[in-house]
Write a protein that binds this ligand. Structure first.
Ligand SMILES: Cc1cc2nc3c(=O)[nH]c(=O)nc-3n(C[C@H](O)[C@H](O)[C@H](O)COP(=O)(O)OP(=O)(O)OC[C@H]3O[C@@H](n4cnc5c(N)ncnc54)[C@H](O)[C@@H]3O)c2cc1C
Length: 378
């Protein structure tokens, strides 16, 4: 049986490794001419680390990242709203809150795979599924046939557009800049996200004395002014936020900025379509507010391989995968969207009320959420 994976992102590569472990050598087709991950840093939580433990590559990946002792939500002045102690969470759920540069994660994943099974420069534009097989048409005029197709081509998935034309990405109401900088003499070991009336600013230390930061500002979709924002504009925008935000921005060059509007996908009802299955962002793209998009893509890889190992017929495995993944990913997409809406409140009175409320949320509520997120049934 021939398996093909579309997309060599976190979902596609993690799945290729998971399939390899159960004796399936999948062919991966990637649109980009070379595998060069866009974006900056990534937080991976206990559930993602557990999934990589299943694939026996967690140590290798964790070694390239940076363990974060705490993760705090702060107000504009720098006072704590909530504080998660990673060591305490780790004791209960396993390794938690670990940050990695996307390029380092990709490098670790690629090192597990045989390069001959990854073909770059192949952008799928259309597929045809019939009784016998599936044909993938690529933009360059070539095509490939396969028995089973795993679609991991991200939020703008061309195949999903064909299978579910109504599932289009939706804008969350805020736009985001990211960068990785050399921390230099800036000593900052804690990860934080600051919720202020001008927007959000996140700081995440990475390995090698680097800092990953992100900034989210409320704005119309595809805003021309935002598209022209430079570091100087961001310095003005976050000028009255606590230290070391100004220092971090001062160390950032305009060419380091990665800018994109924050979008997600309204939860869909199906991931499985006969011998075709959608995974990762192609299936359930979420806003980044819970830091779970990639974590869910990694969980997908393990669950999909588990079902393929149990079921002889791929269409049965794909349907079982769908049943195991729909509810969990819907929960994350919906909760993450709500959290983003709360974090982006710009009205000063509402922001103060929100901060007060978050400060008094009982520990039992946080506990329940962590249990749901981190106690994964693989
Ligand atoms: C600002 C921001 C911050 C985030 N932070 C976090 C975080 O801290 N933690 C976390 O867990 N998640 C985070 N995420 C989410 C995470 O980035 C995604 O969930 C994850 O990258 C999804 O992986 P994927 O492989 O499904 O899709 P992608 O990473 O989009 O990969 C898709 C791949 O498919 C290729 N492709 C596209 N179209 C085609 C085609 N037609 N044919 C062939 N190949 C194609 C692309 O080139 C790409 O290589 C964040 C997202 C954003 C926007």
């Amino acid at each position: 049986m021939k398996y093909t994976i579309l997309g060599a992102g976190i979902a596609g590569l993690s799945t290729a490794i998971a399939l390899q472990k159960i004796g399936i050598q999948a062919q991966v087709f990637e649109a980009a001419p070379e595998i060069k991950p866009l974006g900056a840093g990534l937080l991976l939580a206990a559930n993602a680390v557990k999934a990589y433990q299943r694939l026996e590559i967690a140590d290798k990946i964790v070694a390239r990242g940076h363990l974060l002792p705490t993760f705090a939500i702060l107000d504009q002045a720098g006072s704590t709203i909530t504080l998660a102690d990673a060591a305490a969470i780790s004791q209960r759920y396993g390794l938690h809150n670990f940050a990695i540069h996307r390029a380092d994660l990709h490098e670790a994943l690629l090192s597990e795979l045989d390069a001959q099974y990854i073909t770059t420069g192949k952008r799928a534009v259309q597929i045809e599924q019939n009784e016998a097989d599936i044909t993938i048409q690529f933009q360059d005029g070539t095509s490939a046939t396969t028995d089973c197709l795993i679609v991991a081509d991200g939020i703008h998935s061309a195949v999903r557009r064909q299978l579910l034309p109504d599932a289009v990405p939706r804008y969350a109401g805020y736009t985001c800049w990211r960068a990785v900088i050399d921390a230099g003499d800036l000593e900052w070991s804690a990860a934080s996200e600051t919720w202020g009336t001008n927007g959000r600013f996140g700081i995440v230390p990475l390995s090698g004395n680097r800092i990953y930061w992100f900034a989210c500002i409320n704005a119309p979709a595809n805003d021309a002014d935002m598209s022209r924002y430079t570091v100087a504009d961001l310095q003005r925008h976050f000028g009255n936020y606590h230290a070391p935000i100004a220092q971090i921005l001062a160390k950032t060059r305009d060419e380091d900025l990665v800018w994109n509007d924050i979008i997600d996908l309204k939860p869909v009802k199906n991931f499985a379509f006969g011998k075709i299955v959608l995974i990762g962002d192609a299936a359930h793209a979420t806003t980044p507010n819970m830091g779970q998009g990639a974590c869910q893509a990694i969980e997908d890889a393990v669950v999909l391989a588990d079902e393929l190992a149990r079921n002889e017929k791929p269409e049965v495995a794909f349907r079982a995968f769908e049943q195991r993944r729909l509810k969990r990913t819907r929960y994350i997409v919906n909760n993450s969207r709500t959290l983003g809406w709360l974090a982006q409140i710009s009205h000063p009175l509402l922001a103060t009320a929100r901060n007060t409320l978050f400060r008094i949320i009982p520990e039992s509520v946080n506990e329940r959420q962590m249990k749901t997120l981190f106690e994964v049934d693989f």
